[in-house]
Design a protein around this ligand. Structure first.
Ligand SMILES: Cc1cc2nc3c(=O)[nH]c(=O)nc-3n(C[C@H](O)[C@H](O)[C@H](O)COP(=O)(O)O)c2cc1C
Length: 177
C-alpha cells in the first residue's frame, strides 16, 4: 500500500534525513541505489522538483544519463547502518546492492524506478535538466577541499571528479506502508 503525500509537508523531514544520508535509486540494466548527502526540494518553471548532485565516478551517473529517471527514498525513523554502508561505499558496478543490503523493492506508480520498503518516504522523479559543474565557477577553497585534481576519469573536468546537478520533476510522492 502507498499513502499519497503532499511533499511540502515533508520538507523538514527530508532536509533532516539528507543530512544523515538518503537513497537515490536508478533502474537501468539492474536496480541500483546510492546514498546521497546533498540534495534538496525545489521549485522551478512552476514545477515541484528534487535536485540531486552526482559525481562523475558513480555508477548511478551512467544510469541517470541513460534513463532520465530516479526515485528518492528516505527513512522515517533513522538510517539503517547496513544500507548506509552498502549503498554509501560499494558500487553497483561491482555488487548487487539489493542483495548485499537486503533491500525490499516496491513497484513504482509513474516512472520505472522502484522504491524501497525499508526507506518508505518515496519521490518518483523525471530528469528535466542536468548540468555538470564548471570548476572555474567554484570558489577556490571549496574546489580544493572537495575536488582534488587527481581522478583521471574520462568525464572529469580538469582532472576533477565534479558533480552533475540533476533537477528531477516530482511526478509522484508517497509513503510505502
Ligand atoms: C553520507 C554519504 C553521503 C553521500 N552523498 C553523495 C552525494 O550527494 N553525491 C555523490 O555523488 N555521492 C555521494 N556519496 C557517495 C556514494 O554514495 C558512493 O560513492 C556510492 O558507493 C556510489 O554508488 P554507485 O557507484 O553504485 O553509484 C555519499 C556517501 C555517503 C556515505
Amino acid at each position: 500500500m502507498k499513502k499519497k503525500i503532499d511533499v511540502k509537508e515533508y520538507a523538514g523531514l527530508l532536509d533532516e534525513a539528507i543530512g544523515k544520508g538518503i537513497l537515490l535509486n536508478t533502474q537501468d540494466q539492474k536496480f541500483n541505489s546510492m546514498v546521497i548527502g546533498w540534495g534538496h526540494l525545489g521549485r522551478i518553471w512552476n514545477l515541484p522538483t528534487y535536485v540531486v548532485y552526482v559525481r562523475e565516478s558513480r555508477y548511478t551517473k551512467d544510469a541517470l544519463d541513460k534513463t532520465g529517471e530516479f526515485t528518492v527514498s528516505a527513512p522515517l525513523s533513522g538510517i539503517d547502518p547496513k544500507i548506509q554502508q552498502v549503498c554509501g561505499s560499494l558500487s553497483g558496478r561491482d555488487v548487487d546492492k539489493v542483495k548485499e543490503a537486503g533491500l525490499t523493492l516496491e513497484a513504482p506508480e509513474v516512472n520505472h524506478v522502484p522504491g524501497i520498503r525499508e526507506y518508505p518516504l518515496t519521490l518518483e522523479c523525471r530528469v528535466l535538466y542536468s548540468q555538470k559543474q564548471d570548476p572555474k565557477e567554484i570558489p577556490a577553497e571549496i574546489l580544493e577541499k572537495f575536488y582534488p585534481r587527481n581522478c583521471g576519469l574520462p568525464g572529469a573536468v580538469d582532472g576533477r571528479d565534479v558533480h552533475t546537478a540533476y533537477i528531477g520533476l516530482i511526478e509522484d510522492a508517497y509513503i510505502i506502508e
